[in-house]
Design a protein around this ligand. Structure first.
Ligand code: CA
Length: 476
């Protein structure tokens, strides 16, 4: 394919921005029914694009969803892909085929800004005071500006292109996830009354910016982030990446911290909703999205940029801090009509907001196709004409036609994951745990287990699930 042929490039090489939010539920944004928080920018993507109603994160928690999205392999095939501590080693093999490496091969500038949570460094994890590698650079991203793990885990610093940002040599960082061999303060318990946000569970180890975290961290004082500024910092880096690469196709994974805990939005969003910090964090998230949309408009890139907006798992209210998420919820339904949320095998665990906007090719509308983020690798390889060894990404299906609204059907079967496994085929959902069967067409809330009524369907779905489990993956 010739890049000089403008018509062909517009049809097959749009710039791609993945806006990957954290813990945002199906019902948390206006275009999916939220009324207690206004999300005009996210709603604009829906209005100008396709809104999916049966789209899924690969798992009901962060790390496994991100692993599967990037590699095209369901995380449960590989041990050690659960929610990682902040000092974990990289869990994606350097050199492996990923969504990013496929697009890089197609000539895209590739970058990731925000949450990583796939580990960094070789076995044993990184020395934060040295070059931090392997990491995103070894799995297809030409540029990165990261939070290593989560907002509630140490180290509470940013990493840009393999270096901690703002670190001074005289104050090195030490990070531990056990007290053994740790020489720093254990102030999360000692200073509890003085904390900016009190914890309800865990989050009582290192204290950074007045907030207790998971894990111990000493040093690196000049490099520590300020939670209230985090959305601004990430957005600025994402906008700069777009501006720096406006002349060529680019792939930007913009992985927001919002609306994960600790929810400490900037002062200008405090009180924007009646729901307290969790609602205000949604308002802040929407602002970030608006800044990206404005940048595309300004650079005249809107028409030929494919935006994907989604979340890494379903919603959670109290996730370890006392921030009023439960008390101030009102009639807001974070998971929309679905049962469960983050950590759950029910639909609320993985069925998330999912929007696709590409004005040059995608007609606005609503799609009921069954799609999953694990399919990005195969679908974008197809879009950009790239080939790869399919055994490295055994679970990624080319559902490009569904993603672009050119087909009403996506996957025929999907394995959902939250510790154990479930299988979706059409409107049927089989949960291996306790042999449960639900018909989402007549029972979207998964209230009535009909396994005893349909023993043959249960047996067939159990057999299909075993067959999918038996597929092997090739890794470098
Ligand atoms: Ca998450």
């Amino acid at each position: 394919m010739s890049l000089s042929n403008k018509g062909s490039r517009q049809a097959t090489q749009p710039s791609i921005i993945l806006i990957y939010t954290d813990d945002l539920g199906f019902g948390d944004v206006g275009c999916y029914g939220a009324r207690s928080v206004k999300t005009p920018n996210i709603d604009r993507i829906a209005r100008e694009g396709l809104r999916f109603t049966d789209a899924h994160a690969p798992s009901a928690t962060c790390t496994p969803s991100r692993y599967a999205l990037l590699t095209g392999e369901y995380a449960w095939r590989k041990p050690g892909t659960g929610v990682l501590p902040g000092n974990a080693a990289l869990i994606v093999e350097p050199g492996r085929t990923t969504v990013a490496s496929v697009l890089q091969k197609a000539g895209y500038a590739t970058g990731i800004v925000g949450k990583w949570h796939l580990g960094l460094g070789a076995t044993g994890g990184p020395d934060w005071n040295e070059r931090i590698a392997p990491g995103p650079n070894q799995v297809g991203f030409g540029y990165h500006f990261l939070m290593a793990a989560t907002g509630d885990r140490v180290p509470c610093v940013y990493i840009e292109n393999e270096q901690v940002v703002g670190l001074t040599k005289t104050d090195p960082i030490q990070v531990r996830y056990t007290k053994e061999n740790y020489e720093g303060e254990l102030d999360g318990v000692r200073d509890r009354a003085g904390l900016q946000v009190d914890w309800s569970q865990g989050h009582n180890q290192a204290v950074v910016n007045g907030i207790g975290r998971i894990g111990y961290m000493k040093g690196g004082k000049s490099a520590r982030w300020i939670d209230e500024d985090m959305a601004d910092v990430f957005t600025k880096k994402a906008v700069a990446f777009i501006e720096n690469n406006k002349a060529r196709p680019f792939f930007l994974s913009f992985n927001t911290h919002d609306i994960h805990v600790p929810r400490v939005p900037h002062q200008r969003f405090v009180g924007k909703t009646s729901m307290g910090p969790r609602g205000d964090a949604i308002a802040e998230l929407d602002w970030c999205v608006g800044e990206l949309l404005k940048t595309l408009d300004k650079l005249k890139l809107t028409k030929n940029t494919l935006i994907l907006f989604s979340s890494d798992n379903g919603p959670v209210l109290d996730d370890g801090y006392k921030d009023g998420a439960v008390e101030k919820l009102g009639d807001h339904k974070p998971a929309g009509p679905w049962r469960g949320g983050k950590y759950s095998l029910f639909e609320g665990g993985t069925r998330v907001p999912f929007l696709v906007r590409w004005p040059a090719r995608v007609k606005p509308g609503v799609s009921e196709a069954l799609v999953c983020q694990v399919d990005f690798l195969a679908s974008f390889a197809a879009l950009t004409g790239q080939s790869y060894d399919k055994r490295t990404a055994p679970d990624s299906e080319n559902i490009l036609a569904a993603l672009l609204g050119e087909s009403k059907t996506g996957r025929t079967a999907l394995v959902e994951h939250a510790g154990t496994l479930t299988l979706r085929v059409g409107s049927w959902k089989f949960i291996k745990n306790g042999r449960q069967l639900y018909d989402l067409a007549s029972d979207p809330g998964e209230t009535t287990n009909v396994a005893t009524k349909f023993p043959e369907r249960v047996a067939a779905m159990a057999a299909t699930l075993e067959k999918i489990r038996g597929i092997g993956a090739t890794r470098p």
